[in-house]
Design a protein around this ligand. Structure first.
Ligand SMILES: NC(=O)c1ccc[n+]([C@@H]2O[C@H](COP(=O)([O-])OP(=O)(O)OC[C@H]3O[C@@H](n4cnc5c(N)ncnc54)[C@H](O)[C@@H]3O)[C@@H](O)[C@H]2O)c1
Length: 256
């Protein structure tokens, strides 16, 4: 049941053409938020916007490659120009590195992962924060990973990028908290999305399947479970929470 917990607010959600980003966009819109949905896949992000608008909520799609700084600036401007301001930024877009080790990686694969997963969020924050400072209020929710906390949940570039995003979150939380902006980060475990399709997660031949099921929750997670965490961190109930990593992983990282 929607309770209009984000009524009158505007959010930018990146990676909103699929998985967690789509689910976050849909949930925020149901809670009364106008959503600017950004993704480099124009077709899928338009689909997300259509689904939300059909349900009578405010949404617009904007094709954005978050590793392109000019496009990131336009994405933030779109929120201000179309909905009159910006209250919430969710840096969710991300790419995996196919678990490549350092010795298997090259400069291009490193740059790609770091540009999308870390430079994009950095630049989006750089352009979003001045709008939030004007209002004296704002919420930034970054989407890292359990690979941002431990060494065994991704390849070298992905792990470095996701650890970096947690550090960036803490630094910004310290810098802008006193001016009304709270910055937090979600660390998902194995979640069924475009990055981890259900057939792959449940494939008996998948070497990671046993690992996914060995968590205390004994299952993989759903995108909607990340959306609820994002709603909590974007809404007023979390106003005393700053710079924290909210781990939504079925219990993966608490195990030895
Ligand atoms: N699925 C998991 O198990 C899992 C676990 C931990 C963290 N994550 C993180 O969750 C976030 C969301 O991923 P997901 O699982 O929903 O995957 P997904 O593949 O379903 O969605 C990612 C979206 O990001 C978009 N995207 C990719 N590169 C982009 C770019 N350069 N600019 C703009 N958009 C871009 C894709 O088009 C896609 O729509 C990512 O940051 C990912 O690293 C996922």
């Amino acid at each position: 049941m929607a309770e209009n917990r984000l009524a009158g607010r505007t959010a930018v959600v990146t990676g909103a053409g699929s998985g967690m980003g789509r689910s976050i966009g849909e949930l925020f819109a149901r809670e009364g938020c106008a959503v600017v949905l950004a993704d480099y896949n124009e077709k899928t992000v338009q689909e997300t916007a259509e689904i939300i608008k059909k349900n009578g909520h405010k949404a617009m799609a904007i094709r954005t490659d978050v590793s392109d700084l000019k496009q990131v600036e336009k994405m933030i401007d779109a929120a201000v120009d179309n909905f009159g301001g910006l209250d919430i930024l969710v840096n969710n877009a991300g790419v995996f590195d196919e678990s490549k080790l350092v010795t298997e990686s090259d400069e291009a694969s490193w740059d790609k992962v770091l540009d999308v997963n870390l430079k994009g969020p950095f630049w989006a924050c750089k352009h979003a924060i001045p709008h939030m400072l004007k209002k004296g209020r704002g919420a930034i929710v970054n989407v890292s990973s359990i690979a941002g906390l431990i060494g065994g949940a991704g390849g070298a570039a992905y792990t470095a990028s996701k650890h970096g995003l947690i550090g960036l979150t803490k630094q910004m939380a310290v810098s802008y908290g006193p001016q009304g902006i709270k910055v937090n980060v979600i660390c998902p475990g194995a979640i069924v999305t475009g990055m981890l399709p259900r057939e792959q997660a449940e494939d008996l031949d998948n070497p990671y399947r046993a690992k996914f099921l060995s968590v205390p929750a004994a299952r993989v997670g759903e995108a909607s479970e990340i959306a609820f965490a994002a709603l909590f961190l974007a809404g007023d109930e979390s106003d005393f929470i700053h710079g924290q990593s909210l781990v939504v992983d079925g219990g993966w990282v608490i195990q030895a």
